[in-house]
Design a protein around this ligand. Structure first.
Ligand SMILES: Nc1ncnc2c1ncn2[C@@H]1O[C@H](COP(=O)(O)OP(=O)(O)O)[C@@H](O)[C@H]1O
Ligand SMILES: [Mg+2]
Length: 455
């Protein structure tokens, strides 16, 4: 399109498609005129068809987008803009410059804001880092404090801490069940063998007693000896094990689920032990160490002295490990009696004063009576005469006990060293279920025990 001025009337009019040499008339004065040669040049400068498309069809958004992309250095976009600029004509060029200007201002504002945000975030990060450093110092102090506390704790003997409102020790006379701990701080003296076999004897006697054995040694010898492997596995899988006795929330109904029957001993029940007991022992002790209100010493008593349990069972026997564990302490704070098995050799004698001193140390929280010391693995020259070495051992044992406490009792009955006992232990059978073995090796001790606990 061009603008022509009529040489006659001097008015300006538009020609849409001018061609050089085109004859036309003025729309105002109708004078005939030719499109001059100079106009041809202007007509050829008319924007090309793509530019017209961009200008008329594509919106300024396309331009803005292109400018944005150019600022972002997208390849080829700058070339496109250059081409568009060259073809835009004067008005288009002004528009593009204006849009580019606005775009630049917009981006400058955006960049400023982003930098502000980055600066703010950096400042926040610095502040947090500073706080973290100060917390780390505090944490280090707490850690050091804990170490010092642990050092003091070792000196403290937490088992003798003051007792605040423990669950009541129900008097022996006011309940049916009586509680016996088999204890000796030496391993291999026969605690487990006696727990299993005396328990079975008491449950299989004429006038049988209802017996509960509780395995407190995570080595689980008593458990393996007394129940089928499959029963053991099921109980372990269901966590029906002795560690649960250390749970302060344990109810009588939960407790009943822990009981498994003993092989061929109708009146016998057992609570098995496994590895989890060691972890629980330590965990409970650690909790008590850190927080005295989580008293770890009377958890067995809390559940076992409940009427429903003491009415049902006549005798409860704890097979203690040869160590001071939370479970051992709990067994002692629950027990009426302690039975100490020993062998008649010097290495076993060494453990007796240690065991008695251990009991003394816990006197403020546990007062079980030592029902007696039982000699195990004795050998006879000719019944009732002991081998000379064991006869001397017996005299020595009595001397050691007398030196500690003249009232300490030594059982008349002794348990003979026997391959029957050793083999049946290995085969995981309670030997007492065999009437002959029972009569020969354990019956007399069980009868004497029964007398001494008045059952
Ligand atoms: N009277 C006995 N005759 C033969 N072997 C015995 C006798 N008493 C215990 N034993 C064996 O001695 C080992 C240790 O006995 P155990 O009862 O496990 O001791 P503790 O529980 O004190 O560690 C076991 O192999 C057991 O079979
Ligand atoms: Mg044992």
């Amino acid at each position: 399109m061009i603008r022509l001025t009529c040489p006659g009337c001097k008015k300006i009019f538009k020609v849409l498609k001018p061609r050089t040499g085109l004859r036309m008339s003025c729309p105002y004065c109708t004078r005939q005129l030719l499109v001059p040669r100079s106009v041809q040049v202007e007509a050829e400068k008319e924007p090309n068809i793509f530019w017209l498309l961009i200008k008329n069809i594509a919106s300024p958004i396309v331009l803005i987008t292109a400018i944005v992309l150019a600022i972002k250095d997208v390849p080829g976009v700058v070339d496109f803009l250059r081409w568009a600029f060259a073809n835009a004509g004067a008005n288009g060029q002004v528009t593009m410059v204006a849009i580019a200007g606005i775009g630049l201002i917009y981006f400058a504002v955006l960049t400023m804001k982003r930098e502000e945000r980055v600066a703010r975030l950096k400042a926040e990060r610095n502040l947090l880092e500073q706080r973290l450093r100060s917390k780390e110092t505090e944490l280090k102090q707490i850690e050091e404090n804990n170490f010092r506390l642990a050092e003091e704790g070792v000196k403290e003997d937490i088992w003798r801490r003051d007792v605040i409102g423990p669950p009541l020790f129900v008097d022996k006379e006011k309940r049916n069940a009586c509680f016996i701990s088999l204890l000796n701080l030496k391993g291999g003296v026969g605690k487990t063998t006696l727990a299993a076999n005396l328990g079975a004897c008491l449950a299989l006697m004429d006038r049988p007693l209802k017996v509960l054995l509780i395995d407190l040694d995570f080595q689980a010898t008593l458990s393996n000896m007394s129940v089928e492997a499959s029963t053991l596995l099921t109980a372990q899988r269901m966590r029906h094990t002795a560690e649960r006795l250390l749970d302060p929330q344990l109810t009588v109904d939960d407790f009943k689920q822990l009981l498994v029957g003993i092989n061929q001993v109708a009146n016998g029940r057992l609570i098995i032990a496994d590895d989890s007991l060691e972890r629980m022992d330590f965990q409970t002790q650690a909790k008590f160490f850190l927080k005295p209100e989580h008293d770890a010493r009377f958890l067995f008593r809390k559940i076992l002295h409940q009427r429903e349990i003491t009415d049902y069972f006549d005798v409860v026997i704890f097979d203690c490990p040869p160590r001071l564990t939370t479970s051992t302490v709990n067994a002692l704070t629950t027990s009426d009696y302690v039975l100490v098995p020993t062998k008649l050799d010097e290495r076993s004698f060494e453990a007796i004063p240690r065991t008695l001193a251990f009991l003394n140390r816990l006197r403020s929280i546990a007062q079980p009576k030592i029902v007696g010391v039982v000699a195990n693995e004795v050998q006879f020259w000719r019944r009732p005469q002991l081998l000379k070495v064991h006869e001397r051992g017996m005299v020595r044992l009595k001397e050691i006990l007398k030196a500690t406490d003249p009232d300490l009792y030594v059982f008349e009955a002794m348990v003979e060293l026997s391959t029957d006992v050793a083999f049946s232990n290995e085969k995981n059978i309670v030997p007492c279920v065999d009437t002959d073995i029972r009569q020969a090796y354990f019956h007399a001790t069980a009868v004497e025990l029964r007398e001494r606990i008045s059952k």
